[in-house]
Ligand binder design. Structure first.
Ligand SMILES: Nc1nc2c(c(=O)[nH]1)N=C([C@H](O)[C@@H](O)CO)CN2
Length: 117
């Protein structure tokens, strides 16, 4: 099966388990691998037959700006379910990185795989 890719999407959001983190915006970086079949889009050269990665990036940026979470795990799960529900994605792999959370690490985060249904 084919995949539509989004790599290194930077979003600003309220995220963290500590009290001070409830009052600041922090950056998360998202990678998504979205399983789909691109053959109809390629055959007809038609965006409406595939996943519009620009539309998904815009939606996730808005979601992050409008919602607060404690754990990166919670953010990842909500984003995965949103992408499945709103964009009709059947299967995805999502990596969420929180750069700067641990000074001695380039980034920390989670990676999940989810399927519709
Ligand atoms: N597995 C996780 N561990 C930690 C998280 C998290 O979301 N998932 N969060 C924190 C703090 O918010 C930290 O990022 C502040 O620097 C600690 N551990």
């Amino acid at each position: 099966m084919d995949e539509v890719l989004i790599e290194g999407l930077r979003v600003e959001t309220v995220i963290g388990v500590y009290e001070w983190e409830r009052h600041v915006q922090q950056r998360l970086e998202l990678d998504l691998e979205l399983t789909t079949d691109i053959r109809a889009a390629a055959r007809d050269d038609d965006l409406t037959h595939t996943l519009d990665y620009a539309a998904i990036c815009e939606r996730l940026t808005t979601y992050a700006a409008d919602n607060a979470h404690g754990l990166v795990e919670t953010f990842a799960e909500r984003v995965a379910q949103l992408v499945i529900a709103e964009f009709g994605v059947r299967r995805l792999r999502l990596t969420v990185r929180k750069p700067g959370a641990v000074a001695s690490a380039r980034a920390v985060g989670v990676r999940i795989e989810r399927e519709a249904g």
